[in-house]
Design a protein around this ligand. Structure first.
Ligand SMILES: Cc1ncc(COP(=O)(O)O)c(C=O)c1O
Length: 499
C-alpha cells in the first residue's frame, strides 16, 4: 500500500488522505498517533513551564526590571553553553564574546532608530545604503558595467520573498504575464515555495543530479512564456553544494528571464573562499545572467540576527520591489521592503559587523571555517557506515546506507548536538561556523558521531525524540498528515503552559 502511495503525485495522495480521515476509526487512530508523538516534544518546547512563573495575562503590577533581568540571565546561562561551545549546526555564526559585546553596544546606541523615519535617523540611512554597497562590491559589482543596487531586509526569507515579488511585478508590467511561474531546484530553500504561495506564482520544481546540483537540461525544458525567474543556490541549504549558476543564468539571459542566486548562506564565504584558492565556480554579478542575489549578513556576515541584503542588477528592476501610496489619509507613504517600521538598531549592527570585520576579517574567518569543514568532512568519510552527500565545503550533509540516520541524529542530540535533519534522501547536516573552529570542537564532533553510530548499530530499533517524526516524514507518502503534525507543533509553540 505504502509503495503504491509513494508512486502517486502529491495531488493524488491528497484525495486518499481526505478519504482516510473521513473514516471515524481511522481519524481517531491518526489523532492518537499525533498525540503520542507530540507528548515527547511538549517538555522540550516549554521547559520553563515547570519552575518559572507563567504569564498568560498581563501582571497587575509591572514586574521589577531587576527581577526580569535576573530571570533572563538565568535563561541565558541555561541556553548559552550549547551554541557557545559549538554544539549547534549554523544558528550562531560568530559567537565570539567580544564580537557579541560590540554588537550589543552598537544596538544599545541605536535601539530607538527606525529607518522609516529618515528625517529622524539619517544614520540608519547611511548604515543601510553602505551595507548594500559593501555587499554588492563583495559580490562582483565592481566587475560589471551594470549598476548593482539593493535593499536591507530582515533575513534570507524576506530577501527571497522580495526578489520573487519583484520578478512577478516586472513580468506583469513589462510582459503582461498574468499566471507567472518560476523554476526552482528541489534543493533551493523553502522560502521560494513560501514566496510562490504568498505571491501566487506557480513553482516548477527541477530535480538535482547525483551530485545534488540542479539539472540544467530539465531547467531548459521547463522555461516557457510565463517563466518570470530561474533560481540557483550558492550553496544549497541541505547539501552545501553550488548549483551550476553559470549554465542556469545563461539560460535565463538567453530568454530575457530573471535569475536569482540565493547566496544567503554563501554570500559572505564564497568570495573569500575563492581568494583562498578553494574551487568556487562563478556565482555572482560577474556572470551577466545573474540579475538578483540574496546574501545574509546575519549568517556568515556575523551581524546580529535580523538582517540580510537583497541585490539587483539595475535600479529599474529594484523599483518593482518598492511600495508607494500617494492617496492615503495618513499621508505620502513608501516602504522598500515588506515591513513598515523596522529596527534601525539591527541595521546599525549589520553595518558595524561589516565594517569591523573588513576584508581581512572575513578572509581569516573563512579560512578557519573551511579548514574545519575539510577536517570534519574527512572524519565523516572515515566512518564506514556514513556517506557524505555531494562535494561540500563547509555545510556537510551525510546519510547512511545501513543505519537509520535520524536515530544517529537523535543520539547526537543526546550528546548535546543540534544538527539539521534533511529529507529526500534521509540525511543530516552540520553547517560549520566559527564556533566549530575553537580548539577541540571538530574532534569532539567526530568522536561523538562515531559513538552515536556505534550506539545505533547496537540498538537499531530504538527511535525516540525527533527521530520518529523525521522517519515518518521521510517514509510517509501522505504528506498532508505530516503537515498536520507540523501545524500541531507550531500550535504548541504558541500555547502557554499551565502555570
Ligand atoms: C540557502 C538559504 N537560503 C535562504 C535561507 C533563509 O534564511 P533565513 O532563515 O534567514 O530566513 C537559508 C537559511 O538557512 C539558506 O540556507
Amino acid at each position: 500500500m505504502l509503495n503504491l502511495l509513494n508512486r502517486l503525485p502529491p495531488g493524488a495522495t491528497r484525495g486518499v488522505e481526505r478519504l482516510l480521515k473521513s473514516i471515524p476509526p481511522v481519524r481517531s487512530y491518526i489523532e492518537k498517533q499525533y498525540d503520542s508523538m507530540m507528548a515527547d516534544l511538549v517538555e522540550e518546547l516549554h521547559p520553563y513551564g515547570r519552575d518559572h512563573k507563567v504569564y498568560a495575562r498581563l501582571p497587575k503590577e509591572g514586574v521589577a526590571r531587576e527581577e526580569i533581568l535576573r530571570e533572563m540571565e538565568e535563561f541565558l546561562a541555561a541556553e548559552q553553553d550549547r551554541w557557545a561551545k559549538g554544539y549547534a549546526s549554523g544558528a550562531v555564526y560568530s559567537g565570539d564574546p567580544a564580537h557579541i559585546d560590540f554588537l550589543n553596544r552598537v544596538y544599545a546606541l541605536n535601539s530607538q532608530s527606525n529607518p522609516l523615519h529618515a528625517d529622524l535617523w539619517p544614520s540608519a540611512i547611511k548604515f543601510e545604503s553602505e551595507m548594500v554597497a559593501m555587499t554588492a562590491r563583495m559580490l562582483g559589482a565592481d566587475q560589471t558595467a551594470d549598476e548593482i543596487v539593493g535593499t536591507v531586509s530582515s533575513g534570507g526569507t524576506e530577501s527571497i520573498l522580495l526578489a520573487i515579488k519583484t520578478y512577478r511585478d516586472r513580468a506583469r508590467a513589462e510582459r503582461g504575464v498574468k499566471r507567472p511561474q518560476m523554476i526552482v531546484p528541489t534543493t533551493a530553500h523553502v522560502a521560494f515555495e513560501k514566496a510562490a504561495h504568498y505571491f501566487g506564482v506557480k513553482l516548477v520544481r527541477i530535480p538535482v543530479g547525483p551530485d545534488y546540483r540542479a539539472d540544467v537540461e530539465a531547467t531548459r525544458k521547463a522555461i516557457n512564456k510565463r517563466t518570470i525567474a530561474i533560481v540557483g543556490s550558492a550553496p544549497t541549504f541541505p547539501h552545501g553544494v553550488i548549483d551550476p549558476i553559470y549554465e542556469l543564468s545563461e539560460l535565463a539571459r538567453e530568454r530575457g528571464i530573471g535569475f536569482h542566486t540565493d547566496a544567503c548562506l554563501g554570500g559572505f564565504v564564497l568570495p573569500w573562499a575563492e581568494k583562498l584558492g578553494y574551487p568556487v565556480p562563478p556565482f555572482d554579478f560577474r556572470l551577466p545572467g545573474v540579475t538578483s542575489m540574496s546574501a545574509d549578513t546575519h549568517k556568515y556576515g556575523y551581524a546580529a540576527k535580523g538582517t540580510s541584503v537583497v541585490l539587483y542588477r539595475g535600479k529599474e528592476l529594484r523599483r518593482y520591489q518598492y511600495y508607494t501610496a500617494t492617496d492615503w489619509p495618513g499621508g505620502l507613504y513608501f516602504s522598500p521592503t515588506l515591513a513598515g517600521s523596522r529596527p534601525g538598531g539591527l541595521s546599525a549592527a549589520g553595518w558595524a559587523a561589516l565594517v569591523s570585520m573588513g576584508e581581512e576579517g572575513y578572509m581569516e574567518a573563512t579560512a578557519r571555517i573551511l579548514a574545519a569543514g575539510r577536517f570534519i568532512r574527512a572524519g565523516i568519510q572515515r566512518i564506514p557506515e556514513l556517506t557524505v552527500l555531494g562535494d561540500p565545503l563547509w555545510v556537510i550533509a551525510f546519510g547512511s546506507r545501513t543505519l537509520n540516520i535520524y536515530n544517529v541524529m537523535e543520539q547526537m542530540s543526546r550528546r548535546g548536538w543540534s544538527l539539521n535533519g534533511l529529507d529526500r534522501p534521509p540525511a543530516v547536516h552540520l553547517a560549520v561556523t566559527l564556533r566549530h573552529t575553537q580548539p577541540g570542537v571538530a574532534q569532539r564532533f567526530l568522536e561523538d558521531l562515531q559513538d552515536a553510530v556505534d550506539y545505533v548499530k547496537a540498538h537499531p530499533d530504538e527511535s525516540t525524540g525527533m527521530a520518529p517524526v523525521y522517519g515518518m516524514a521521510s517514509s510517509m507518502p501522505l504528506r498532508g498528515l505530516v503537515g498536520d503534525i507540523l501545524i500541531r507543533y507550531v500550535d504548541m509553540i504558541y500555547s502557554v503552559p499551565e502555570g
